[in-house]
Design a protein around this ligand. Structure first.
Ligand SMILES: [Zn+2]
Length: 343
């Protein structure tokens, strides 16, 4: 590991130049385009699964045992990581508790000498994902990142302002002052309302069976809220994956395939081509393509304008919707009647 204990350090990962500012974040040394793999790293310290966690003394012993077998440079890099626990815990354990990232399906945790140095942002520029085939945690760019810009990840799931601050305070002992958390109060409240609606729609769609056109109408609204707030960077629900599964269940293979292509695109951006999730989604996309061929369903109306094609895909222009008295806004807002179902 070429991480240094003090000062800034230049590192190159898969052709991406990073400046690792020890204990103070990671910065792009050159332009990084969306979907690029920024970093891939095996855990330096591995921890027992959460439900098998031993007491502090035993855990410290587990950490020390792994540290002893590491190189001197790596040991120095480990001790240069931040420690929010002061003298309340043995130093190695304090560093582990401060920097451990969850990875793997079983709730495993680990410390990554470089990966643990990415700072948090509620709308981050990158996504961490455990790749079970590579046995490495990968970091991919969720948007284009300019040279000199800090690369950030999120430590939490999609939440409203108060919940985010409490989770970060309790778990990481800091108050987030990212761009999203310092928005004017009225805009912050609007975003909170959108986040609550996104979550409510998610719960509704996953717990209720309604006709496909009703589900897609809510899904469209959810996707609109996610995109207009850029919340897809904040672990928002993957509307496309759900819409694809839903359409497939209703044997609407043409929509299932189109949503699947969009979901595949997101999977590639977040985890790369070689991630098991991407591979699984690629297989599903191929399968939906073969189902579409077998069933000779209607063709995609590519002659439509981009907006009309979107309306067709999400089944927006339905007679009962068009005739509703209150009308519907251009952002796909559900009618009052549909909204009642949510409340
Ligand atoms: Zn924040």
């Amino acid at each position: 590991m070429d991480c240094q204990p003090t000062g800034n350090h230049m590192g190159t990962r898969q052709g991406v130049s990073l400046i690792v500012k020890s204990g103070n974040g990671v910065v792009a040394a050159s332009k990084i385009t969306k979907g690029t793999r920024i970093h891939a790293e095996s855990p330096f310290i591995t921890l027992p699964k959460l439900d098998e966690a031993p007491n502090a003394k035993a855990l410290n012993h587990v950490v020390l045992k792994q540290l002893r077998s590491a190189s001197r440079d790596d040991q120095r890099a480990f001790f240069s990581l931040g420690n929010i626990h002061g003298k309340t815990l043995p130093i190695p354990l304090g560093i582990v508790q401060t920097n451990a990232l969850a990875y793997g399906p079983g709730g495993e945790g680990g410390v990554f000498l470089t990966g643990s140095q990415f700072n948090h942002d509620c709308l981050p520029s990158a996504r961490t994902k455990w790749n079970g085939d590579l046995l490495k945690m990968t970091v991919h760019a969720l948007r284009d990142i300019e040279p000199g810009e800090e690369i950030t990840i999120t430590y939490i799931n999609l939440e409203t302002y108060d919940v985010r601050q409490k989770t970060l305070e309790d778990g990481f002992q800091f108050t987030c002052s990212c761009e999203t958390c310092t928005l004017p109060e009225d805009i912050c409240k609007e975003m909170d309302a959108d986040i609550m609606e996104i979550k409510a729609i998610d719960g509704f769609l996953k717990s209720t069976t309604v006709p496909l056109e009703v589900s897609l109408r809510f899904a469209y609204r959810q996707r609109y809220l996610i995109e207009s707030n850029a919340l897809d960077r904040a672990h928002a629900p993957d509307t496309y994956e759900f819409a694809s599964q839903l359409a497939a269940v209703h044997k609407d293979y043409i929509r299932a395939k189109l949503f699947s292509e969009r979901h595949l695109d997101i999977a590639m951006t977040e985890g790369g081509r070689d991630h098991p999730d991407t591979r699984q989604q690629r297989d599903m996309d191929y399968y939906l393509g073969s189902l579409l061929e077998q069933h000779h369903g209607p063709a995609v109306p590519y002659h439509f304008s981009v907006l009309d094609l979107e309306d067709w895909l999400w089944m927006q222009h339905l007679p009962e919707v068009e005739s509703s008295e209150d009308g519907s806004s251009e952002d796909g807002e559900p009618s009052d009647e549909e909204r009642e179902v949510l409340e």
